[in-house]
Design a protein around this ligand. Structure first.
Ligand SMILES: [Zn+2]
Ligand SMILES: [Zn+2]
Length: 135
């Protein structure tokens, strides 16, 4: 799908995307665990200039396990995690899969940061799995 809409649970933040995801992955890093509240986040990588965001977000910058500084944006009203941006990679934005108005068509193609994975995480053994970021 090369255009779709997304947003937070309460409707304050609306996101419009006009590109195919360049990658969909299940990320098991500790930051994604905190941001999702679960064993991993399903994340959708997109070109930054294909994503339009309306509505105020709150941001939190963290040094990720990769050593990269990552800014995480969430809705200040309902708390929905929305997207992350790597400070070193301005052309990229990483959207949380659950923000999509219809996330059903997404197909994760890999597991990443499995070294932080929880023993109770359900992992699709058919998919490639990487200890850290894919090479
Ligand atoms: Zn909200
Ligand atoms: Zn992660």
């Amino acid at each position: 799908m090369d255009s779709f809409s997304a947003g937070c649970a309460c409707g304050q933040v609306k996101i419009t995307v006009s590109a195919e995801p360049s990658m969909v992955a299940n990320c098991h890093c500790r930051d994604c665990q905190h941001a999702s509240g679960g064993a991993y986040s399903t994340i959708v990588m997109l070109p930054r200039d294909a994503v339009a965001i309306v509505g105020g977000v709150t941001q939190y910058t963290v040094t990720a396990e990769s050593g990269n500084e990552v800014t995480r944006s969430f809705c200040p009203t309902c708390g929905s995690p929305l997207y992350s941006e790597l400070i070193a990679m301005e052309s990229l934005i990483v959207l949380k899969a659950a923000t999509l108005d219809d996330p059903s068509w997404l197909r994760p193609t890999m597991h990443i940061w499995r070294e932080s994975g929880q023993p109770w995480a359900e992992v699709d053994a058919e998919l490639p799995s990487f200890e850290k970021n894919p090479g």
